[in-house]
Design a protein around this ligand. Sequence first.
Ligand code: GAL
Length: 662
Amino acid sequence: MAVNSNPSRFYIGSAYYPEQWPEENWQKDIALMREAGFNVVRLGEFAWSTIEPEAGKFDFDWLDHAIAALAGAGISTVMGTPTAAPPAWLVHQHPEILAVDENGRRVQLGNRCHYCVNSTEFHRAARRVVKALAEHFGPNPHIVGWQLDNEYNRYCYCDNCRKQFHEFLKSRYGSLENLNNRWTTRYWSQTYNAWEQIPLPIGPHNPGLMLEFKHFVTESYRRFQHLQIAELRPKLASTVWITHNFMEWHDGYDHYRMTEELDIASWDWYVGTGHLDYQLSGTAHDLARGYKRRNFWLMETQPGNVDWKPLNNKVNKGETRAMAWHAIAHGADAVLYWQWRSAYGGQEQYHGSLIDQSGQVRPIYREVQQISRDIAKVTDLLSGSKPVAEVALLNCYDSRWSIQWQRHHQDFDYVSHLRHYYRPLAARNVSTDIISADAALDGYKLVIAPALLIVTPQRAANLKAFVENGGHLALTLRTGMKDEYNALLPLRQPGALAELAGAEVEDYYALFDPVPITGEDWSGVSRIWAERLKLRDDATRIIAAYGASNGWLDDQPAITAHTYGKGQVTLVGAYLDDNSQQRLLDRLIRTANIQPDLDTPPGVEARKRIRSNGQEILIVINHTRTEQHIPLPWPVYEHLSGQRFEKEIRLAGYEVAVLTRA
Ligand code: GAL
């Protein structure tokens, strides 16, 4: 569909819950939103009991009024389908729609997402409410997009889910014989001779079964999501998009599969405790941008503080603005705060908001107002622009799950390891895409595949073609160990990639003590993990070797480089300390001839967004609290202040600059 993926305007706003307030309050709220410079709010995503107070009886008047009043103030609406909050009457009539937890207990009404995603009765109720919303609000010109549900997150272990799991396995494996083989079920007498014998995994289980359960959960949510899309799509204008609000590195399902049918991706970003660490949060923005490989919406972010951490500090004055610009620099086309106003009751009474319970603006309101003013100044400039990266980090949910269940070292965490490759790139302002391990790799100079445990024949072929055509590939530890059924490959690591790497893994070691390691012009340690590499080709070069440690690793190759076709493959068997990792990534950046977006002092981030006409916009953010001097390679025009700078720009703490070449 011709979705407006390059919107002609930027959006700023918040989640708004008019159903929590008498209608006479709304005008005051809306006037304050207007003064804040808002042009969008999200409505309705938890309002099922107000939208449909009884089965089949709908009340849309209040929403009609709210949308019209907002539109009157120039504020568009993102409409949420309310299925994350099945109402009391529904649960009372059909208690079987409540999910069953791992201990066999039905979850309770009163929080969110308490439904069984496969419940027929729940599907019926969800379809009914979404259909009614679609028919009534589908043609509404003030609605720019729809959000389905909110933060899918629950697993259900009811009998119905188990039956459906069996159907899922039947269609995937065809026969029990095949399934038994793939899962090596003779091991510990797990051989199945009827589909009904197969359990839903609770706790550690057969690796094949565990992986398929994750696939089943993904397919269950896809089906549920599709049911809503099928009702909505035919009723929407072609420019109105559909999304879901995802949670960054949530591991409940495969987000690439989940976003296939959505028009744009959106996500909610909360710092929680502490402060913005842009080299960490950058991964989450780039992850969201990678789902659809296009700009995304930041559908929720914290105005100051959250309420669900052990310590809910407010971020510093100025930091919220830095957060907004950080998101935009990484490809957000909208920034929405959660939430507009603190409700008197409900579970989130202490959460940050722009308007407090008395209806007065909190101090942070002024900062958000400034963000709106900033955005208004550069909307035309930024419209249609997007980050463009020469480096890709591959992300694979199957590999992540598999490692998470069999970490082998308690401190080995898939996402931390991926971030260990991201951080040195971020420190150099190298734009990076985080994309599916199955995505096309055209246009990248450097591809890093952190802990790509599962290597399918298709993936191996993709990576091979990439390197043959001149790409630089970095493979890391734990790569190429398993197939798509979570079984060990009958090959040494990195499996089918060994030929490209010109090396293989003789053995792997979870480390009790760090192991010394010496590179070409650096020395450091490997911690957590080390792989002993063996060269397979005379042309393979040793980039780093282990020093004396456990005997097995002493003097053995730790990192190798190999030329293959027109490209190069680096195989990293070590989990380096931070300094050595920076040296390694600097080497990769250099050899792959990657251009950083700008050289900046530590704590200052610079990211480019590129317009369709090729014009580069440089967003520079001082994430520190002190003034920073940033040397400029060319004279620039700064769009927020309207000033020109020749050789240097100075940014006060948390200050932001939006630059183009003068
Ligand atoms: C999000 C959720 C919101 C709100 C917010 C509080 O995860 O989508 O509804 O609960 O957290 O931080």
